[in-house]
Design a protein around this ligand. Structure first.
Ligand code: SF4
Length: 171
């Protein structure tokens, strides 16, 4: 039995500095998966690859460009091939676990702000913009591209958020 997780559930050092959200949840979930004999495949972190550890927090609109989408697709293709191989060999795949609110790895929710970006020098309205970041009920860019790639291969997997209690019930 296998589950795929977004990178920072297993490696919380990849999260934006100072954010550190859901570290305890990540630890608890990892422990439960191991205790239930679930094998874990850790997906790569597109934000860490593209922008490093000193990146600012972003919103989905900033990543919604052809290059970033292409990077996300390219990152997932080797994992898609492994998924196909496991399915062909009748190995059960529970699904993919992401992190809601991430502009990249959100499953059901992401963060949105169309004015977020640009040169911050002399801008007095940063806190106003920050407060106007909205929750959008849609996936982040990586998850959207993963869903497209799976659909193109006629593969139907379940998607869960880190906080989704159903994950353990499905084991
Ligand atoms: S991009 Fe995804 S894997 Fe990377 S830190 Fe954000 S939520 Fe985690």
């Amino acid at each position: 039995m296998i589950v795929l997780t977004v990178h920072c559930i297993l490696n919380t050092e990849s999260i934006i500095k100072g954010l550190g959200n859901n570290v305890n949840k990540s630890r608890e979930l990892t422990k439960s998966l191991i205790e239930n004999n679930v094998n874990i495949i850790q997906l790569p972190c597109p934000e860490l690859n593209c922008f490093g550890l000193n990146r600012w927090g972003h919103v989905k609109e900033q990543f919604d460009n052809p290059f970033y989408r292409e990077q996300c697709r390219n990152l997932f293709i080797p994992y898609l091939n492994r998924i196909k191989e496991y399915i062909n060999n009748n190995i059960d795949i529970i699904g993919i676990i992401g992190k809601d609110m991430s502009p990249t790895c959100g499953i059901n929710k992401t963060c949105s702000e169309k004015n977020w970006g640009g040169n911050i020098e002399g801008r007095k309205n940063l806190s106003v913009i920050q407060k106007s970041v909205e929750v959008k009920n849609e996936s982040g860019i990586f998850i959207e591209e993963i869903k497209k790639l799976l659909a193109e291969s006629d593969i139907n997997l379940s998607f869960y958020d880190l906080n989704d209690k159903e994950i353990i019930n499905h084991i």
